[in-house]
Unconditional design. Sequence first.
Length: 221
Amino acid sequence: MRLVRLASCLLLPACVLLPRPAAAQRDSLAHPFVGVWAGASFYSPGGQILGGETDRDLYLAGVRAEWMVRSRRSWALAATVDAIPLAVVTRNPYYTDRVVAVAVSRRGERVNVLQQTGRGPVYGLGASPVGLELLGPRLRFVRPYLSGAAGFLWFTRNTPEPEARRLNATFELGAGLRVARGEHRALMLGWKFHHLSNAWTAPYNPGLDGNVFYVGLVRRR
């Protein structure tokens, strides 16, 4: 839960920025950018601080809407909302309700270890309703950006381990390039560090990290 709060602290300051001129603000709200994107991670680093699971691939597909909050000659700030109709984690355990052992979590709680019967992909969906994108100066038709978002993913079975939860909180931080494709369209090429975990809503909270490389296309409505 601390990770979700940290992500919120990084994203919420945009809410207190000085308002844009009324006409420009109305135009941004009436004509947001919308688009689609898809990405994949083929490396889950594991570790002791965030996600501990390894040997998993992560695939994500999303639909995006974004509104410009502030715009200057050398930078701009956009609020983003992503719906994620498809998320896939590979090599996730299949399991039964049979308890084969009892373990103790890092918080000292007893955890029933379920019998695993194999491994395969698990499917999910979700959203990242709180996001920010900080765009840098235009370099001819290319514009760099930094981004961050927080949200959730719900899977068809407990992920990434049987003793975890179907519902996971997520946050991500990343960077990329927007390549202009005409006046009202842009291609997104980016990378983001993606984390999911149950935020200790279960006694066992293994978590899963991914290095997601993605491509997308957005256009002005």
